[in-house]
Design a protein around this ligand. Structure first.
Ligand SMILES: [Zn+2]
Length: 145
């Protein structure tokens, strides 16, 4: 009887030992969301949120077009720089990060880098766009990249 209890205890201890990094890893990745933002992650987040706010403010009529254009180009440059800094920091950490996050970063970065900026209104359209989705201006002669 005591033998079985002992075996069970050892098995439980071994299982805990094996699971430890998994549990710790899960915990760390959850905490990272709010508490352990690195400097570059925070900068990236701020830049992207600011960029989004500018869009909303312009659509809501809180920004005039001139302010919108200058803010947008300023923040786009900042967001790009922040994305690249964050990526560089990740690479030097050697940290394997969430592939979904990686994918989203790549998507945002490509959009910012190779998006077609409308000559008429300054809106950054998706790569390959032929007409501005904000004002309808033809973008056909502007090749992305
Ligand atoms: Zn436009």
């Amino acid at each position: 009887m005591t033998l079985y209890v002992g075996v069970a205890l050892v098995a439980a201890a071994v299982l805990l030992f094996i699971m430890q990094p998994v549990v710790r890893g899960l915990h760390a990745s959850l905490e990272r969301e709010d508490d352990e933002l690195t400097e570059t992650e925070a900068r990236k987040r701020v830049a992207l949120l600011a960029l989004r706010d500018v869009e909303y403010d312009f659509l809501a009529g809180k920004l005039d077009e001139q302010d919108y254009r200058s803010l947008k180009s300023e923040l786009t440059a900042e967001a790009l720089a922040a994305l690249e800094a964050d990526e560089a920091a990740r690479a030097s950490d050697g940290a394997s990060s969430d592939p979904d996050v990686e994918e989203e970063i790549a998507r945002i970065r490509d959009g910012l880098r190779s998006g077609v900026v409308c000559d008429d209104c300054g809106f950054t359209n998706e790569k390959g766009s032929r007409f501005c989705s904000a004002c309808g201006h033809a973008l056909a002669d502007r090749v992305a990249r």
